[in-house]
Design a protein around this ligand. Sequence first.
Ligand code: MG
Length: 369
Amino acid sequence: MKADVIIAASGASVRAGSDKLRFDLGGIPLLARTVSAFSSVPRVENIIVVARADSEEFVSSLAAYAGEKGYKTVTGAATRSESVLNGLKAASSEAVLVHDGARPYPTAALINAVIDSVERYSSGVPALPLNDSVRIAHRGALTGEFPRDSLLSVQTPQGYLREELLKAYAATPGKEFTDESARYAVIHPEGARVVPGEERNIKVTSYGDFAALNAKIGIGYDIHRLVPFGKLMLCGVEIASETGTLAHSDGDAAIHALIDALLSAAGEADIGTWFPDTDPRYDGIDSSILLTKTMAILAAKNLRPVSVSIIIRLERPKLKEYIPVMKVKLSSILGISADNIGVSAKTGEGLDSVGKGLAVAAEAAVLIN
Ligand code: MG
């Protein structure tokens, strides 16, 4: 059975504050991700995007993300229901799938399961059980229980026989429903058939959703030779040690790994490019200053760290007692809570250069947005 997809992309995005369908997801607009989710499913024939009149040019520009599929832009209407009907009129396959433009992550398996359900039961609606308890509230108090097992959270794509969905519209003219399954139930009292939904298939709604989706990951690494003199600095804290680092700056391997992780997450060149060891300005410099400069490089791109995790590899001394101080020091430079900074210490078990006490190394992973 072939299916056409109607992507509802004409909403006003009021809750998100701006046009969420244009939101940048790893370099391409959110709506392009939604379109491409359907382009890889062989039984999908046409992708029909219902757009606001002022977005039609943008929506048409996403045709390449539909791959080999037919791709049409249809003008939306005042309500979601009427907009979907406009899309429905442009469809021609036996089945239609109605999908929210702001749901970029349905898998091919889910889309296929919905089409299979339309084939067998004339309809298919993905839904998930609720995780939270549901209560009836009245004037700020919980007054009654609701049987959670009888409730489902409904997703899209919702699949129907095209003719049946047209009939449901004809039977309910001008009536607004929050989704097609409610309209379908008017002429099919047995209701639309449930297909297991997917946790990942979220509808992007709030700024918080965007921030999480757009987080960038970075990793960094550094190693410094240890010598029987000099200072040992780690995470901006001086360590009482019989050996120190041999380096151009203060040799803080942990901060250097962290700087590289931050620069990497921001898509920037590495620490050696930004702060070359041939530059006399960085002779013996406190690495905390380099970290502060790195924060400014990120800030210029409106990026900030969210979460930081560091492993320091050193044979001796033990670093356990220094870790709380390190976290406070990094917290003050990074501008995030010490709870969002993890620092752990490992020895080299006498094995490699760290294990033989010849070097201190560090690895860092960061999330920024
Ligand atoms: Mg270094």
